[in-house]
Design a binder for this molecule. Structure first.
Ligand code: MSP
Length: 508
């Protein structure tokens, strides 16, 4: 049976359209999903929208849709789904927290936690940041404002239901100690351990003063908003999406197959919810914990925080239609060390485009295919011995360690080495003096390019497809991964054909 790989992105609020920051999480998750599919895993790649949020209601009001919240949510969720489709994302499911399957899962989950005796009624008096959709302890504020949103949180006083989060302090610490890979990168793990040890308290999991949210099934005012209907707190609800999408409460067979998640990919802003609250919730409900939570960094745009008021929230669809889908994916995943913060700039994007894609990959492909046509009439010469095993080795280690930027560096190192190989071998001289050697050189180049196309496929799916087509390997996906990695996949006599430039140089 195939090994499974269940990967998730955060589900996004629909209070606005997607920007390039959200797209970054998607590109990374998509590359990892494609990589695991390529390796033969049974992949389940999940994304979706987080809809039971006060933020969304406020946004609906702003565009005059306060009387048609559901219409607003449908419209916005469809916009997010369309965006990911047009960017070529390969997710297997798109969940909405307003769907019936999710509500079923939430009810089942609450029931399990309730039966465990982990929910009690209490009074919450304190801060609430709408931007974070989070109850903030005084100690989290910096000079009275939320450190992420730089806004003053709202002071609220509500009778709520609480989850006994603090009961799981020791169990969480023990789990993290035993499975250090659970929270990555390491710096984040230290942060979370310190939070769990020193600050983690019980948390409200219902709200009584909001107009949205799944009704809390254990409260007697279940459907009576006038008497303070208790709605499930949006984060408690949203995290459960990872269970609902794989059939918790609706499809046991599917649930058994995919749960637990292998990788929750999140931005660093929401790591705490995913690696403290979420595993505690799962322990309470008696469910196995996710294998890994990885937090990537945040990037600024030309040095500025991405923000609506600054008007710098770049639209990913516009950007990719201008530069090409693969280009934006490549730039973001190569430029920003995965797990670190970074900066996005159009100037750097153009530089990388010209240096790495047009002059690097594009030029190498054109040169190799051009020489095969010129010197061998487009026919693959007899097999020659060669090696690219070291590149594969390093690439796999980096992919498995989630060092996506370094895996790309491995590929580009190989591209650079092949360029050098051409320059030292000088095929244009060999054609006159040593045809046997020329044949070996060209086979080595073509076969290396085939291997490189495999490594590129998770990152630059379009370019990889084009290279495979030029190498006469249209059915490359049918080759098992372990076979594909072996030197000598290209058969002598096979036809190759040079195509259009993969990455035409950008006009200044
Ligand atoms: N709805 C919650 C997540 C619930 S998951 C159960 C949420 N949504 S969000 O719409 O605000 O988007 C969250 C994610 O978008 C972040 O965690 C991060 O992955 C991504 N990013 C948003 N802005 C970003 C940058 N400027 N840079 C990098 N990633 C960014 O939080």
């Amino acid at each position: 049976m195939k090994q499974k790989f269940y990967i998730t992105t955060p589900i996004y609020y629909v209070n606005d359209k997607p920007h390039v920051g959200h797209t970054y999480t998607m590109f990374a998750a998509d590359a990892l999903a494609r990589y695991h599919r390529m390796r033969g895993f049974d992949v389940f790649f999940l994304t979706g929208t987080d809809e039971n949020s006060q933020k969304n209601i406020e946004a609906a009001k702003k565009v005059g849709k306060e009387n048609d919240i559901n219409g607003y949510l449908d419209e916005m969720s469809a916009l997010w789904a369309r965006t990911w489709d047009s960017l070529g994302m390969s997710h297997d499911d798109f969940i909405r927290t307003t769907e019936a399957r999710h509500k079923k899962a939430v009810n089942k989950f609450v029931d399990a936690v309730w039966k465990r005796g982990d929910i009690y009624k209490g009074l919450y008096e304190g801060w609430y940041c709408l931007g974070c959709e989070a109850f903030l302890p005084e100690s989290d504020l910096k000079e009275g404002v939320c450190p992420i949103h730089k806004t003053r949180p709202e002071k609220i006083k509500e009778e709520n239901y609480f989850f006994k989060l603090s009961r799981y302090r020791q169990a969480l610490l023990k789990h993290i100690k035993k499975h250090p890979e659970f929270i990555q990168p390491e710096g984040r793990r230290n942060e979370i351990v310190s939070y769990i040890k020193n600050f983690m308290e019980d948390v409200s999991i219902t709200r009584s003063s909001v107009k949205c949210g799944i009704p809390f099934p254990k409260d007697k005012n279940l459907h009576d908003s006038a008497r303070g209907r208790q709605a499930i707190y949006v984060w408690f609800d949203a995290l459960i999406n990872y269970l609902s999408a794989v059939g918790y409460g609706t499809n046991d067979k599917k649930f058994k197959k995919y749960w637990p998640t292998d990788l929750h990919l999140v931005g660093k802003d929401i790591i705490k919810f995913h690696s403290a609250l979420w595993p505690a919730m799962l322990l309470s409900a008696g469910l196995p914990l996710p294998k890994k939570v990885f937090a990537h960094g945040f990037f600024t745009i030309e040095g500025e925080k991405i923000s609506k008021s600054l008007g710098n929230a770049i639209d990913p669809v516009e950007l990719t239609s201008r530069y090409g889908m693969d280009v934006v994916r490549y730039y973001l995943l190569r430029e920003i060390g995965f797990g670190h913060d970074g900066d996005f700039s159009l100037e750097r994007l153009s530089e990388r485009y010209n240096a790495d894609l047009a002059n690097g990959l594009g030029n190498l492909t054109a040169r190799v295919l051009g020489m095969t046509e010129k010197y061998f009439g487009g026919k693959i010469p007899p097999k020659a011995t060669g090696r690219i095993a070291n590149t594969w080795l390093s690439y796999e280690v980096n992919m498995d360690d989630l060092r996506l930027d370094l895996a790309l560096t491995d590929i580009w190192d190989a591209i650079g080495a092949l360029d050098k190989f051409i320059d030292t071998e000088q095929p244009w001289i060999l054609i006159k003096i040593d045809k046997k050697r020329l044949s070996k050189v060209i086979y080595t180049l073509l076969e290396s390019l085939r291997n490189i196309a495999w490594m590129l496929a998770p990152f630059l799916p379009d370019a990889a497809d084009k290279i495979f087509a030029q190498l006469g390997q249209k059915n490359w996906r049918e080759t098992p991964y372990e076979t594909a990695k072996k030197w000598g996949g290209l058969k002598a006599g096979g036809k190759v054909k040079k195509g259009d430039a993969l990455f035409p140089r950008l006009e200044k």
